[in-house]
Design a protein around this ligand. Structure first.
Ligand SMILES: [Zn+2]
Ligand SMILES: [Zn+2]
Length: 354
């Protein structure tokens, strides 16, 4: 069978009408020897989809954007050089679909920081074709950005691991999360609820900080050792000098950052994988002077990390909590639910274009 050249998807053309999805046909990137083509079965709804199509992260880079980068499906075509995958295999694709694979970063398994990296949607491939996301029938990408899904993980559950799972696993791993370490997780939504599970699965002591008292039971069930209400005065005091690392998944611009940093040990780091539309408040360099702490962010993860993450998820039963599985044609409803904070953890869209 030859590789398809087009696909159909649900896309947005106006950031002010971000729930008005239209179905259109679009062109797929030219099929290369390393490309894998898959029929999409499920796609998770990530906060990035909402930030992008509402214009929160800036204007759209093309006139019609299909979001979605938590993709799971079955391989329908592989290029001649693809050794890792075969037709019929169940695989996933996350938030990246291209890197040069030749620069020092790519060669050192940092392809997620390649200067030529291409996002899964709202960005052009080097051949000029716009990359379109997973609210669609078919996606094609280089085999470096395709991941085998362990048998233990259901297809609908694998979707959110492709972006949310990898996005939290990579900084946890790179900052030494493991036995004997105490890790703070800030925020319990789509990213945070996976971060709690992964930090616990990696063997760390996990302290969860949240504004919502009603998420305490969930946090403890997901593997938190302690739950702290971060809205309360002096919440940070009992944890002074106790944390080896903080991962913030809170998608807000007004975090009490200096309180969080005060809990870090000397030269420890806080990484935010929540990327709010607005600048952070109160980010003066002085707030890091008392413990030489550092603050930063990260960008998804590498293929090596993704495969490790999936293996750990399979072994330790780390799974996204899915609020609802909706048909893809109801993408607008899912987007509205995320935007208005009605979703607790994750919506997943099921294919209905076939
Ligand atoms: Zn995402
Ligand atoms: Zn590169």
């Amino acid at each position: 069978m030859s590789a398809p050249t087009t696909a159909r998807g649900y896309g947005i053309s106006d950031t002010k009408k971000y729930t008005d999805f239209s179905v259109q046909e679009f062109k797929l990137k030219t099929a290369g020897p390393h490309d894998v083509t898959l029929d999409i079965e499920f796609c998770g709804v990530c906060g990035s989809d909402v930030h992008t199509i509402t214009g929160g992260w800036g204007p759209l880079s093309t006139d019609w954007v299909v979001p979605g980068h938590e993709i799971v499906g079955k391989v329908t075509h592989v290029g001649d050089e693809v050794k890792e995958f075969k037709v019929g295999q169940r695989v996933g694709v996350g938030a990246q679909v291209y890197a040069c694979l030749e620069c020092d970063r790519c060669k050192a398994d940092n392809e997620n920081y390649c200067p030529e990296q291409v996002d899964t949607y709202n960005a052009p491939f080097p051949d000029g074709v716009m990359a379109q996301g997973g609210y669609s029938s078919v996606i094609r990408t280089h085999d470096r950005f395709v991941f085998a899904i362990p048998e233990e993980i259901k297809s609908e559950e694998a979707g959110p691991l492709m972006c949310a799972g990898l996005t939290v696993y990579s900084p946890l791993k790179r900052n030494g999360t493991g036995p004997g370490k105490t890790v703070g997780i800030v925020g319990i939504g789509g990213l945070g609820h996976l971060a709690i599970q992964f930090a616990h699965a990696m063997g760390a002591k996990v302290i969860v900080f949240s504004h919502s008292a009603n998420k305490k039971d969930d946090a403890l069930k997901l593997g938190a050792d302690e739950f702290v209400l971060s809205g309360e005065k002096d919440f940070a005091k009992p944890y002074f000098d106790k944390l080896d690392f903080i991962l913030s998944a809170a998608d807000v611009h007004n975090l009490p950052i200096s309180d969080f940093l005060s809990m870090l040990k000397v030269e420890a780091k806080m990484v935010s994988v929540g990327l709010p539309d607005k600048e952070w408040e109160g980010l003066q360099p002085q707030i890091m002077a008392s413990n030489a702490s550092a603050i930063g962010t990260t960008h998804i993860g590498s293929k090596v990390e993704c495969n490790e993450m999936l293996k750990l998820a399979a072994q330790k039963n780390v799974r996204p909590v899915i609020d609802q599985i909706l048909p893809m044609s109801q993408a607008g409803k899912a987007i509205e639910g995320v935007k208005e904070n009605h979703v607790r953890y994750r919506y997943v869209l099921k294919q209905d274009l076939a």
